[in-house]
Design a protein around this ligand. Structure first.
Ligand SMILES: Cc1cc2nc3c(=O)[nH]c(=O)nc-3n(C[C@H](O)[C@H](O)[C@H](O)COP(=O)(O)OP(=O)(O)OC[C@H]3O[C@@H](n4cnc5c(N)ncnc54)[C@H](O)[C@@H]3O)c2cc1C
Length: 352
C-alpha cells in the first residue's frame, strides 16, 4: 500500500499562553492543528504569572487597552477589538474557570490559581483531540512548496501553516529562549533588540536595602527626563529588595524608561510619609524580566492576520513579537488576542 503524505493544516510552535489559546481557537474552528512544546508540559510560564495567580486580563475598554500599551497599541488594535479583555473573562468562565474581578479591575481565576487555567485549557485540548507534543523542541523551520518542514530533534513534520508562539527571552528556564525569533531571522525577518521590561531597578542606597522585605502599596512614582519632561506618573506597589526596588509601580516606571530611550533620568518615589529621589538606576538582568521588550519587528507582520509580510503562511502570536504592555494582565491578553487573530485569519483567509 502506498503511503499518502498530507501536511497538517497548522503547526503551533510553543505551548505557552499564545500557543495554548491558538490551539483552543483552532479546535473550536475545526482547523486541524498540532501543538509543539519544548518543555515537559505546556503553560510553564502561565503557571508563574502573578505569583501563581494568573492575572489574565483587566476590565477596561478596548480603547483604554490600546492607549495603555503604548507603542505597540496600533499594531495590536485589531486583535484586541476581536478579543476584548472583558470577553476573555467571559470565555474563561465558559471553559469552566470561574473568574474573580479585583476592585482595580484585574481579572484572576476565582480560586487564585494559575494551575486552574492551565488544567482547564489542557483538558479542553485533550477533549477536542488536539495532538500535543511535549518534550519536543522545534529546531528549524524550512519553507517548501506547500508549506513548511518543521524539524524537531527526532522527526520532521510537514505543515501548511506555522504559528510561531515561542515567547520572549526572559525566564529562559520556562522554555522561552528566543528560538522563534531565530527562526524568523533565518527566514529574513528583522529583530528589534531585546531589553528587559517590567523589572526591578538596582540601587545600594541604604534607605532601600536596609528595608529589604518591606512593601508599600499606593506609592506615587514619577520619572522625569534630564530636561524635566515627565515620562511616567503612576501609583501602585513599591517593594524594597536587597538589590533595590521592585513592585508594580517600579516595573511600569522601568518600562516607560526603556520606551523613552532614557539613559539618564530622575525617579521620585513618594511613600506618603517620605520622599525618595534616585538617578539613573540600572534594571535587573533580562532573564529576570516579566516581559521582553523587542523581538520580531511588527512592521514585517500584517496586523490584520498576524501573518508574516515576508513569508506567506508563517504566523506569529504573543511575546515572540516586539509587543509588550504594563502590569495588570495586558501581556497575557495580547498573547491570547494575537493568537486568536492568527487562527481566525487563517481559517477565513486574509481579512478584508
Ligand atoms: C514571573 C512572571 C509573571 C508574569 N505575570 C503576568 C501576569 O500576571 N499577567 C500578564 O498578563 N502577564 C504576566 N507575565 C507575562 C506573560 O507571562 C507573558 O507575556 C506570556 O506568557 C507570553 O505568552 P507567550 O505564549 O508569547 O510566551 P510563553 O508563555 O513564554 O510561551 C512560549 C512557549 O514556547 C515554548 N517554546 C520556546 N521555544 C520552543 C521551541 N523551539 N519548540 C517548541 N516550543 C518552544 C516555551 O517552552 C514556552 O512554553 C508574567 C511573566 C513572568 C515571567
Amino acid at each position: 500500500m502506498a503511503l499518502k503524505h498530507t501536511p497538517v493544516k497548522l503547526a503551533i510552535v510553543g505551548g505557552g499562553a499564545a500557543g495554548i489559546f491558538a490551539a483552543s481557537v483552532a479546535s473550536e474552528q475545526d482547523v486541524p492543528c498540532v501543538l509543539i512544546e519544548r518543555k515537559a508540559r505546556i503553560g510553564s510560564k502561565l503557571l508563574m504569572t502573578a505569583n501563581g495567580r494568573c492575572n489574565f486580563a483587566k476590565d477596561i475598554s478596548v480603547e483604554r487597552f490600546i492607549s495603555d500599551v503604548g507603542p505597540c497599541g496600533p499594531f495590536v488594535a485589531e486583535a484586541i477589538r476581536d478579543c476584548p479583555p472583558r470577553s476573555l473573562a467571559a470565555g474563561f468562565k465558559s471553559h469552566g474557570v470561574p473568574v474573580r474581578r479585583m476592585t482595580d479591575g484585574r481579572f484572576f481565576p476565582a480560586d487564585g490559581k494559575a494551575t486552574t487555567v492551565v488544567h482547564a485549557f489542557g483538558d479542553l485540548l485533550r477533549d477536542r483531540g488536539v495532538p500535543i507534543l511535549t518534550n519536543c523542541p522545534v529546531t528549524g523551520i524550512q519553507p517548501v512548496k506547500n508549506g513548511f518542514i518543521v524539524a524537531t530533534a527526532n522527526f520532521t513534520l510537514w505543515a501548511e501553516n506555522v504559528l510561531l508562539a515561542t515567547g520572549g527571552v526572559s525566564y529562559p528556564k520556562l522554555g522561552s529562549v528566543g528560538d522563534g525569533q531565530n527562526f524568523a531571522r533565518a527566514l529574513g525577518h528583522r529583530l528589534v533588540p531585546y531589553r528587559p521590561g517590567l523589572i526591578g531597578l538596582e540601587t545600594d542606597d541604604r534607605r532601600v536595602v536596609s528595608r529589604a522585605g518591606a512593601s508599600i502599596d499606593g506609592a506615587h512614582v514619577r520619572v522625569s527626563a534630564p530636561d524635566g519632561q515627565p515620562v511616567f506618573d503612576g501609583t501602585g506597589e513599591v517593594d524594597f529588595e536587597r538589590f533595590g526596588l521592585s513592585g508594580a509601580a517600579i516595573y511600569n516606571a522601568q518600562r516607560h524608561i526603556v520606551h523613552a530611550g532614557l539613559r539618564r533620568y530622575t525617579l521620585d518615589v513618594d511613600l506618603g510619609h517620605e520622599q525618595l529621589r534616585f538617578h539613573d538606576l540600572q534594571p535587573r538582568p533580562l532573564k529576570e524580566a516579566i516581559v521582553t521588550i523587542g523581538g520580531v519587528n511588527t512592521a514585517e507582520i500584517d496586523p490584520h492576520t498576524m501573518e508574516s509580510r515576508l513569508v506567506p503562511h508563517l504566523y506569529f502570536a504573543g511575546e515572540v513579537m516586539d509587543i509588550d504592555g504594563p502590569t495588570g494582565g495586558y501581556n497575557l491578553t495580547m498573547a491570547f488576542a494575537t493568537a486568536k487573530r492568527a487562527v481566525l485569519s487563517l481559517r477565513g483567509g486574509r481579512a478584508p
